[in-house]
Write a protein that binds this ligand. Structure first.
Ligand code: CTP
Length: 414
């Protein structure tokens, strides 16, 4: 089924980038219907947005013809996700206070769909206490917020407040569309408990490792593996969305840092262990990295040359420290310690053995005999002292959000 976005463009110099965003989303097969605020119409025209969305562009509340054909309540419910890009300080302030004085803000108050706000504004407006207070309130209300980029501003100043690149916004939209649908607080949750994945980890520190490690042989060669880092990065993004403070210790991968995540880049297993220990204490540690089990006994400073005899260069290996097992016996062991197990056979049996060997609470086992490493989906088995829970193959972003929901439930139960 085609996925549908309702894109609200509010008035700011970055509004022109919404055109590129629409083009990218349409190319991914996502339908886009657009709403322009009155001030946004000064930056982009309804005509250009209408051509790109191939749909009517909505502008004024109480436009009689529009209200008769498709009312604002209907508009707010017909999308899978509402995206505000760019979101000005003004529209964020209205949202945080429940003000509905035009079509865009009325839709935002009436919707029962997930909402992503992509702020863009002058650096001082971004850092203003009022804006930060509004953002905090919106996050607590379950609104997804993307962090703005740093850089030169249209007004000549420099700093945080630039609209992220349309590619990054499109990626975040795809991630949110892959999440399971939100329960309806009016019908599904009579006790008005916070919906899953919305602030369920607020106040918690989640430490994640991701990607491969590279173990140098000489200045030009290294031992590596096929880990892409995608699953670990998706988990870091989901933990941040759930309100956690997230430290992501990443091996060498070319992936963008998820919004709201503190990233520490490392290369070798020993560097990864050092960065993990420096990031403690943590409430949860999720060790997703495919750490190289061995490194060379002595990486040499000069490139190893063929000696002419035809014999291969000797490569003596020594075992790397096991980061997960080190945390398992550490005096600052996180309350919830989760390991991953990459297996090609007897997946759950091996994972069960690893649970005990590494002192972890859960082992998330995946069969890597297919193209999981570098692929887009993952089928996992969660092995705990209570048994095995198997999940069907699903996109890595969906695995991440369900796993984080399960983690948040542990802390809710406390
Ligand atoms: N791990 C780690 N440090 C290592 C090796 C592995 O922290 N030096 C962690 C991984 O991040 C993962 C878990 O241990 O969470 C399991 O790793 P796996 O790839 O299954 O490897 P091993 O435990 O080394 O087991 P084996 O290679 O024998 O299957």
């Amino acid at each position: 089924m085609t996925q549908r976005i309702l894109l609200i463009v509010s008035g700011g110099i970055a509004a022109y980038k919404s055109l590129e965003l629409v083009r990218l989303l349409r190319r991914k097969g996502i339908a886009v219907r657009a709403v322009l605020t009155e001030s946004a119409e000064k930056f982009v025209t309804p005509l250009s947005l209408g051509v790109l969305t191939e749909d009517h562009v909505f502008g004024q509340l109480f436009d009689l013809k529009e209200e008769r054909e498709i009312g604002h309540i209907q508009l707010s419910r017909q999308a899978d996700l509402i995206v505000i890009a760019p979101a000005t300080a003004n529209i964020l302030a209205k949202m945080a206070n429940g003000i509905a004085d035009d079509l865009a803000t009325t839709i935002l108050l009436a919707t029962d769909k997930p909402v992503l706000a992509v702020p863009a504004m002058n650096v001082r407006m971004w850092h203003h206490r009022a804006t930060q207070r509004n953002l905090e309130r919106l996050r607590a209300d379950g609104i997804h917020i993307m962090e703005p980029d740093d850089g030169d501003m249209a007004c000549g100043e420099y700093g945080k407040g630039r609209l992220p690149e349309p590619e990054a916004i499109a990626r975040e939209i795809e991630r949110l569309l892959a999440l399971p649908p939100l329960p309806d607080p009016l019908t599904d949750q009579p006790d008005f408990a916070p919906p899953p994945n919305k602030g369920g980890l607020a106040g918690r520190h989640v430490l994640i490792t991701a990607g491969p490690t590279h173990e140098p042989i000489d200045p030009v060669r290294f031992i590596a593996n096929r880990s892409s880092g995608k699953q670990g990065f998706a988990i870091a993004a989901a933990a941040a969305q759930a309100g956690a403070r997230v430290t992501l210790v990443a091996g060498p991968v070319a992936l963008p840092t998820p919004a709201g995540v503190k990233r520490v880049d490392v290369e070798t297993a020993r560097e990864m262990l050092g960065a993990v220990e420096a990031a403690l204490p943590a409430d949860v540690a999720i060790m997703v990295a495919a750490v190289a089990d061995w490194r060379t006994a002595d990486a040499v400073g000069q490139k190893i040359k063929k000696d002419g005899s035809g014999a291969p260069a000797p490569l003596a290996l020594v075992e790397n420290p096991d980061i997960l097992a080190t945390l398992g016996t550490s005096s600052s062991r996180p309350a919830l310690l989760i390991g991953f197990a990459a297996e090609t056979q007897n997946v759950t049996e091996h994972a069960q053995a690893k649970l005990a060997k590494k002192g972890a609470d859960w082992i998330v086992a995946n069969d890597v005999s297919g193209d999981v490493m570098g692929g887009e989906t993952n089928a996992i088995h969660i092995v705990t002292a209570d048994g095995v829970e198997s999940w069907a193959d699903m996109p890595k972003a969906a695995v991440a959000s369900r796993l984080i929901e399960k983690v948040a439930n542990v802390f809710r139960a406390d």
